[in-house]
Design a protein around this ligand. Sequence first.
Ligand SMILES: Cc1cc2nc3c(=O)[nH]c(=O)nc-3n(C[C@H](O)[C@H](O)[C@H](O)COP(=O)(O)OP(=O)(O)OC[C@H]3O[C@@H](n4cnc5c(N)ncnc54)[C@H](O)[C@@H]3O)c2cc1C
Length: 451
Amino acid sequence: MASELQTDCCVVGCGPAGAMLGLMLARQGVNVTVLEKHDDFLRDFRGDDISPATIEVLDELGLARDFLALNPKRIQAVEAHTPGGTIVLADLRRVRTSFPFFAVIPQWDFLDFVTREASREPNFRLLLGTQATELIADRNRTQGVRCRSGAAEFEVRAHLTVGADGRFSRVREHARLPLVVTAAPIDLLWFRLPKTRQAAQDAISIHLGGGHAMARIDRGSYWQVACMLTKGSAKEVEQAGITAFRDTAARCMPDLARAIAELRSWDQLSVLSVQTNRLRRWYGPGLMCIGDAAHAMSPIGGAGINLAIGDAVALASRLAAPLQRGEVPVRALAAVQRERAWQVHFMQSLQAPLTKAYLLAADSDPGRLTSFVQRAAPKLANLPGSLGLRSRVTALGLRKAHVAAAARRYPAPTVSPGDQRTVMRQASPGTSSPMTGSPGISPASSNPPEV
Ligand SMILES: Cc1cc2nc3c(=O)[nH]c(=O)nc-3n(C[C@H](O)[C@H](O)[C@H](O)COP(=O)(O)OP(=O)(O)OC[C@H]3O[C@@H](n4cnc5c(N)ncnc54)[C@H](O)[C@@H]3O)c2cc1C
């Protein structure tokens, strides 16, 4: 067993929640070590749309200008095309915010950006290629984690350990925190279509009909498409064959028929299993879970990243000062859950009926009642007043998260294009030791995509 590393806060997982938490704590003078099991952030099947609420958080951190300089695609509306007509689900231009758009950018670019900013802080440390394997507990209190990096094993000891390790969180599993499964699980078929001559689209479009519910987003050079299916039916769709799938997809999105014809084999599609859940209690002595580790979100409604980052803002604001004194009051952790959980419950309780409504609207063989609902839904959804409310919740959530004054920076520091990320990759055997903190820049690698 190798040596150990001491830090104030050990964050397991460098997704949106972990990266932002690391940045905000480091800015407030807390020594923070973030562990990420992959060597880089190059993974597909992640949320790529950064909501106005998150851009506002970046603005308070003095980073919105540099983030927007990365030139994300700006999406201003979400529309559903149903057999009964078009429903504008959200129109961000109606929302009072300085950033009335989703900034669509590959999640790895967002995480690179945040960790590069965090690396400016001397007390921020990111260990890439380092997996937390179990919690260290002493007298009922979490004291850190055991980790593995290549053949090396070591401990990271901390006053506070944060599980920001996503929907399959090992931290929450080891902590035995009680989990509740929420909305009905669904399958997603996820694929890309080439962009031919279609004009650029500044809306996320959801196409319902012909038995399928498909969402598509313009990613500049290609379309990213997600097809939603009831749980377990992906196998049936696959058995029916790619030609049958192409036909239904083309009926669902006739304007993309030519691009859909390019789908020739199932290798071009990925099946993702989605389920949503949440912890009853997000914390224990010396331990807190945030983001998908505390509440796995379905992609429906696109709220996961914003909620994960809101959790990070709340935790950094409430815990930075106690952590500097080496304290982690359980009541402060409970207060973070209280501040955040009702918003999560609300968004999850919207996702469940929304998922059902999509599947109902997509029904290709509706009974009389379903067919009546399909015709009436657009009229009801387009009633005055409701669009404004939906747009606001989609853009900003229920309550805006505000960054603690000590973590804010203004004016924004300028990022020069050649700026290099100064993160550490966990040293592999034979190279410098992570315990001494000798940095090595992470090599670019192409991990297979994971959900
Ligand atoms: C297909 C799909 C599409 C989605 N689309 C959207 C969308 O458009 N908009 C939106 O807002 N949300 C979307 N979501 C949800 C969104 O991606 C998540 O809610 C969000 O990423 C949660 O962030 P997080 O930081 O909590 O967890 P994650 O993003 O899951 O990050 C967790 C990190 O922890 C690392 N990790 C895991 N275990 C360990 C370990 N033991 N040791 C070290 N590191 C570890 C992982 O490698 C990962 O980098 C989508 C989800 C899916 C599956």
